[in-house]
Structure formats: C-alpha cells, structure tokens
Design a protein around this ligand. Structure first.
Ligand code: ATR
Length: 294
C-alpha cells in the first residue's frame, strides 16, 4: 500500500510500547505484495487508556488489531466473543471487529505450531520441556497439549506459576502428561536426557541482555534434542548458539512471529498470507540478527 486514502482498510497494533514492533513492516509488505488497499498502523496505548482506545477503533471503522504487551490479558473483558482457545490460554492477541462487535482470537497458538512444522519438527509424541510459565508459555503449552505430545515439563524460576498454568490446562486436556518443576541446575540435571524438544519462552537472552541463557551453564545440551527459542531479537540467542555448538538442531523465534501474523492477516483479509514476503520484511527490519552487541 503506497498511499493511505479514504478507501483504505485499516488494521493495527495496540501495545505499550510499540515502537520496536516488526508487525507494521510485515503486514504492510504483505498488503503491498497482494495489491490490497490496506494499511497497518502501530498505536501506542497506555494501560489506563485501553478501553477508550477500543471504543475509538469502532468509531474509526478499523477492521481489526493485534494486541501485544501489556494488553493481551486485559483486552479479554472488552470482547463480545472470544475463541475457545483464546479463552483457555487466557489471552487475546488478535481482534476482528465485525459489525461493531469485538471478536478475540489467539493466533500465537497456531503460529507457534506452524513455526515448528515449518522447521520440520512434528510435535506429536515428543517429550517436551518448556522453560518459563508466562504468557508466551501458555500459548506454547496449549499448542503442544493440543498436538498430542507425549509429555510437557514446565520449568520456571517461580515453580508455583508453572503449577497454575498446568491447573488451567489440565481441565481442557485431562489425558495429557503435564508436569512442572523449578528452573534450577539440579532439576535440569535430573531431566536433561529426557527431552526431544526444549522451548525457551522466558525473556532471558532478549536484547540487550544477549549473553544471558536460561539453560543452566553447567548442564550440557544434547545433540539429539531440538532447541527452540521464542525470542527473535537477537535471532540467534545465547541459548540457540549453545545448542548449535552442541550439534543440535535449533529453531529461532522469527517463525512464530511470522505465522501468528499470517493467521491474523488471513482472519482480517480473507486472503492467503504471503509468508515469504512477510519473513523478508521482518528480516530487513530486525535490528540485531546476531548476538554481538553493536
Ligand atoms: P511473556 O508474556 O513474554 O511470557 P511474562 O508473562 O512476564 O512474559 O513471563 C516471563 C517469563 O520469563 C516468566 O516465566 C519468568 O519467570 P517468573 O515466572 O519466575 O517471573 C521468566 N523470566 C523472566 N526473567 C527471568 C530470569 N532472569 N530468569 C529466569 N526466568 C525469567
């Protein structure tokens, strides 16, 4: 979309802050590629202004928005309808506004699964460790249980938070094997050979703390385990770089970003998302592709 006109369909992002988001690059590149008269605008919205911002979207005839930190949970109470998966995860990251009504979705779930599958990692039957128990972990664990993994062990700095997450999911997946523990050297040492896939959902290693790693320093990584990081800034985190050095397969966080965006794009426009173009736009906009500090 080269020019915004009166006829342009608008979508956007509600978050605080939004200045570093790659979503405008990704969606606007996709609109351009398909020749759609659409535009994606980032809206910085303070937590105290969320309800006013939502009302404004209807008044301005905005088609939909992505919702990011810190609004993903708070936005739920303003929705007229919420998809079942978003309800279970307890977070909405995509809103579609239909005839003045807010419909809340969580595209992180399918986005995460598509990223795994794209990287040739079929989760069904795998023994998985999830590091972290925050918002990103909720979507990942839901997706894994939904995909019939063999088991999920949630390891978190605050172990009780991992227990709460399991409590919320076990009602929906009563037959799944979900466990939790503290993210400490002894607990990881006891489990280290038991995983086919280890996923970092914590913020440890995110720019600017690029040398931090959530995996305990003295515990070796395994060549026959796949290591996945949901962080995409930097693209190669210390966690993934250690895994690579151990000879393991790695999956970076860009795939989930792109695929959650692709599902939102398809919800809003009804068109197939040009995933390759979206990836290219994200890569072009990524400030820190490597771990080295500038
Ligand atoms: P998000 O929505 O991005 O997942 P979040 O809900 O704030 O963000 O969750 C952040 C996750 O990173 C949590 O699992 C957090 O652990 P706690 O539950 O103990 O807070 C984890 N985390 C953040 N900083 C960490 C650190 N320095 N060491 C280990 N875990 C950390």
């Amino acid at each position: 979309m080269e020019t915004v006109r009166g006829s342009t369909s608008l979508v956007g992002l509600l978050g605080w802050p939004v200045s570093h988001s790659l979503s405008p690059n990704m969606h606007n590149a996709a609109f351009n590629q398909l020749g759609l008269d659409w535009a994606y605008v980032p809206f910085p919205v303070r937590p105290t202004d969320l309800s006013k911002a939502l009302k404004g979207l209807i008044a301005l005839n905005i088609v939909g928005v992505n919702v990011t930190i810190p609004h993903k949970q708070a936005v739920m109470r303003y929705m007229d309808e919420v998809s079942k998966s978003a309800q279970t995860v307890g977070a909405v990251n995509t809103v579609y506004i239909k005839e003045g009504k807010f419909i809340g979705h969580n595209t992180d779930i399918t986005g995460f699964l598509s990223a795994l599958i794209e990287a040739d990692c079929q989760p069904k039957g795998l023994r998985v460790a999830v590091l972290g128990a925050g918002g990103a972990a909720r979507a990942a664990v839901f997706a894994l249980a939904w995909s019939e993994v063999d088991s999920v062990v949630i390891l978190n700095r605050t172990a009780e938070r991992a227990a709460f997450l399991i409590d919320d999911l076990i009602d929906v997946f009563p037959d799944s094997s979900l466990y939790f523990g503290p993210l400490t050297e002894p607990s990881v040492a006891a489990l280290k050979d038991s995983f086919d896939l280890v996923i970092n959902t914590t913020s440890v290693g995110m720019y600017p703390h690029v040398d931090d790693c959530p995996w305990p320093e003295n515990i070796p990584m395994q060549a026959n385990t796949v290591y996945c990081d949901l962080i995409y800034n930097p693209l190669e985190t210390a966690f993934l770089s250690r895994a690579k050095a151990a000879g393991a397969k790695t999956i970076d966080g860009l795939g989930m970003l792109i695929h959650q965006g692709a599902v939102a794009f398809e919800l809003w426009t009804g068109k197939t998302a040009p995933v390759k173009i979206m990836r290219h736009a994200c890569l072009a906009g990524l400030p820190h592709k490597r771990r080295h500090k500038p």
